[in-house]
Design a protein around this ligand. Sequence first.
Ligand code: CO
Length: 217
Amino acid sequence: MPSYRQVFKNNQIWLDKKKETDPDFFEKLARDQRPEYLYIGCSDSRVTAEEIMGAEPGEVFIHRNVANLVNATDLNVMAVINYAVRHLNVKHIVVCGHYNCGGVKAAMQPKDLGILNPWLRNIRDVYRLHMAELNAIENEHEKYNRLVELNVQEQCVNVIKLASVQQEYILHKFPIVHGWVFDIKTGKIIDLKLDFPKILKDIQQIYDLTGTVKRNQ
Ligand code: CO
């Protein structure tokens, strides 16, 4: 990491380069944002949203927190999703977890982690939902990797539980929800290709918030 002062020198080099390729770059950037993607990822410093996706400023609306959780009582993530869906009309919502996630690992330790307890309990709940599958995995490392994937799956389901997402989808056939895992060791983004009709088959009716939209159509 460069020194504190170097950060500002780097910034100047970066903006000069941007202007070199497109003199109006920042003028256009200042006008508006029309990102097609909402990215919900982990705060982990090794998993940078735009860089791994090859995205430019203005292309991805981003929310990051410890272990990429989508919790209905977290006003922050709820506001981000609502704004992205209702106002920016994003086409895709990505929940991106990553292997070697410290948050997921910490969640499974029998330890008091203070303020992290209620936050990470969401991951223990994911474990409980998928206990049979996870307990059958003997290799600890593989078990954590699978928990990372299942956590992404459950956070995607939490996104789909939201009224804004359900209602916009009925009206426009988007946003589409995607579950990804970033493999830190290889740099690859793995699309979990989650089969939501199958995952939601028995529970969809419980979380259905689309009645009024369907009636008004
Ligand atoms: Co993490």
